[in-house]
Design a protein around this ligand. Structure first.
Ligand code: HEM
Length: 384
């Protein structure tokens, strides 16, 4: 695609796909011409249920200048300085999860790294940051899972069931958060829910109920399956290393900088988020093609990250690749708010994993892709 149809229109999806690094970066950077608000698309259809539009009230789907207001309410909590205090807690959690997994053991000492480690870790971390008590965590795992799931549109029964599950999860989660936000307004605590419930915008007003609710849901779902997949995709990169001497993990043990560099390469080579959507707000030419105002555009981060025009040996995993200007966390105004947290979680996760294992082997099974149209990873990853 990058060579023959770098910018192409797909009439069945009524969408433009953009594949090359320079074009993808331009789409992400030019937020005046490419809006994140799906409601600006010519073919936008209002969902039947109001809760389904809640997520549109969040920073992820809001253009400047309002975007800055919404992001400003929570952004200080995700700065590396603030996250430094969190590191020992993440380390404890990672250690506990690995010890529990070790104690449970599996047949032939196999361990599903997704289920036992890569999945619970980010869910627990964001739940704790928000201020959700441990007793409610299982419900959160189920809700956030359901909300990122995607299904094939041509399977009638499955689609109806899927929509019902989605609506149910949205309703339950919304009710839960509304009560929690109300509780924090009355009795503020030192947590993100309080920041969202009481934080002031530049003009001194507060987030509307919809915006506060949308922000809670966004934070919960944006960082879970993505960080899970960063951890599992990175294991696959480190253990699958076909180009090097097959011993990438050994090189990363006790070498903080090498680990950080290799994790960036995993973000490039097996990008957890493959694509982000935009809507053209005016007629614009990209890669020689005229995209009309109101047309939907998909910026393929995963393809940009493999663009041979940008990266030498783009289809090879190079653990010590520097520089590495990958677009795994996006670019520009909507650059991932949680990137410092995701990096910290992945770093700590690997330090703890490597400290407890002398070697890691992948079990030879067919891997099932993550059930989502824009997130790349696997549903489970047995290792031994
Ligand atoms: C935005 C990827 C982890 C919260 C984004 C975007 C990408 C991304 C590509 C840009 C969206 C766009 O341009 O439309 C990832 C990846 C992660 C990760 C690959 C893990 C490896 C997290 C975590 C959190 C988080 C841990 C928070 C708990 C957000 C938020 C936005 C965002 C709030 C919206 C920012 C805005 O619109 O200004 N993420 N993310 N992400 N991410 Fe992440």
């Amino acid at each position: 695609m990058r060579a023959n149809a770098p910018v192409r229109y797909d009439p069945t999806r009524r969408t433009w796909d953009v594949f090359r690094y320079e074009d993808v970066k331009r789409v992400l950077d030019d937020d005046g011409t490419f809006s994140v608000d799906p409601r600006r698309a010519d073919d936008y259809v209002e969902p039947e249920r109001a809760e389904e539009t809640l997520i549109f009230e969040t920073m992820l789907f809001t253009d400047p200048p309002s975007h800055g207001d919404l992001r400003g309410v929570v952004d200080d909590a995700f700065e590396p300085r603030a996250l430094g205090d969190l590191e020992p807690r993440i380390r404890d959690l990672a250690g506990d999860l690995l010890e529990r997994a070790d104690a449970l053991g599996g047949p032939d000492d196999e361990l599903d790294v997704v289920d036992a480690f890569a999945y619970p870790l980010p869910v627990i971390v964001i739940a704790e940051l928000l201020g959700i008590p441990p007793s409610d965590r299982d419900r959160f795992k189920t809700w956030s899972d359901t909300l990122v799931e995607a299904t094939s549109a041509d399977d009638g029964d499955e689609t109806a069931e899927y929509h019902e599950r989605q609506q149910q999860a949205q309703m339950e989660m919304a009710t839960y958060f509304l009560e929690a936000l109300e509780d924090r307004r009355e009795s503020p605590r030192d947590d993100l829910l309080t920041q969202i419930a009481t934080g002031e915008l530049e003009d001194g007003s507060r987030l509307s109920q919809e915006e506060a609710l949308g922000t809670c849901i966004l934070l919960l779902i944006a960082g879970n399956i993505t960080t899970t997949n960063l951890i599992t995709n990175a294991i696959r990169c480190f253990v699958d290393d076909v180009d090097g001497d097959g011993d990438v993990l050994e090189e990363l043990r006790d070498d903080e900088r090498a680990l950080r560099t290799a994790l960036e390469e995993a973000l490039r080579y097996r990008s957890p988020v493959q694509a982000m959507g935009r809507v053209a707000t005016e007629d614009v030419t990209v890669g020689g093609e005229v995209i009309e105002s109101g047309d939907r555009v998909i910026a393929w981060l995963g393809s940009a990250n493999r663009d041979e025009r940008q990266f030498d040996d783009a289809d090879t995993f190079v653990p010590d690749r520097t520089p590495n200007q990958h677009l795994g966390f996006g670019h520009g105004t909507h650059y991932c708010l949680g990137a410092p947290l995701a990096r910290l979680e992945a770093n700590v996760a690997f330090e703890e994993l490597l400290a407890r294992t002398s070697s890691i082997d992948l079990v030879d099974v067919d891997l099932e892709p993550t059930r989502s149209s824009f997130v790349y990873g696997v549903e489970s990853l047995p290792i031994r």
